[in-house]
Design a protein around this ligand. Structure first.
Ligand code: FER
Length: 260
């Protein structure tokens, strides 16, 4: 279903320091680490948020974003939420080309399953049910989110791919082979037992990933049986391929998560 494209702008004061701020710490696993944002009040939900190509676990966690989440939580528009920012690159990887990133993100799901989720949730002291777990990401993080949909429907209920298509059939496969990609996603959901789930995909009409994501979503919409009631898609008219635009999507999308 195509959603409301009239996304709210982030109020300017929301990007400034908040009196009630959450905290960020790093959690090690093997020779890597994730950043964990813990809100100022008790949280029952968790979002795994994946950076874009060339990024790191620090890409999302800049002051503007964390302040925004603090303010959203303080005002009550957002229920308190843990946010985990991992890095899909191996330590020391300097080749950030899409081809290399594509291989990294395909493999990343097993790292999430076997190391990151257990380690983070042990640290927090609770194991979240899939209905309380979301995964989302920007660009290559969006590609990662589609892989999570194909490989880890048992772990996540909520999927938020932002300006990134599914690369199951190859680099930018959502644009090059939209029907085959949609078929692949539908079959992956069926093969995993077709549990209930929600996808909220967002991109911008001026985003470089639009020509890849848009045809894929159109093709997915034809799979009524799998995606008829589970897929929401928004296109922001002036959205471009940068983190500021993505923060705006998240300002609008995060309050909708975990509401069934
Ligand atoms: C896309 C998905 C990912 C896309 C670009 C990327 C242009 C990533 C690019 C990069 O990491 O450089 O649909 O469209």
């Amino acid at each position: 279903m195509k959603g409301d494209v009239n996304m709210q702008n982030i109020p300017a004061e929301t990007l400034e320091t908040c009196a009630r701020a959450g905290s960020v710490r790093s959690i090690r696993y093997g020779d890597k680490y994730v950043l964990l944002y813990t809100p100022s009040a008790k949280a029952e939900h968790i979002l795994y948020l994946i950076h874009g190509g060339g990024g790191t676990q620090h890409s999302f966690f800049r002051p503007a974003f964390l302040n925004m989440v603090d303010h959203m939580t303080e005002s009550g528009m957002l229920e308190p939420l843990y946010i985990v920012a991992p890095c899909f690159y191996a330590p020391g990887v300097t080749d950030k080309r899409p081809g290399t990133s594509g291989v990294a993100v395909k493999q990343f799901c097993s790292e999430l399953r076997e190391q990151i989720i257990p380690q983070v949730e042990r640290h927090i002291g609770m194991t979240f049910e899939r209905e309380s777990r979301a995964i989302g990401g920007f660009s290559m993080g969006g590609v990662t989110t589609w892989y999570a949909f194909m490989q880890a429907l048992d772990l996540f209920y909520w999927f938020v791919p932002l300006s990134g298509d599914c690369w199951a059939l190859g680099e930018t496969g959502g644009g090059l082979a939209p029907d085959e990609t949609a078929e692949c996603l539908a079959q992956a959901a069926i093969a995993q037992g077709l549990p209930d789930f929600r996808i909220h995909a967002v991109t911008g009409a001026r985003d470089i990933a639009f020509p890849n994501l848009d045809p894929q979503i159109r093709a997915m919409e034809k799979h009524e049986d799998v995606f008829g009631k589970t897929l929401r898609y928004d296109v922001l008219e002036d959205g471009v391929h940068d983190y500021e635009t993505i923060f705006r999507y998240l300002y609008n999308v995060l309050p909708e998560l975990f509401k069934r």
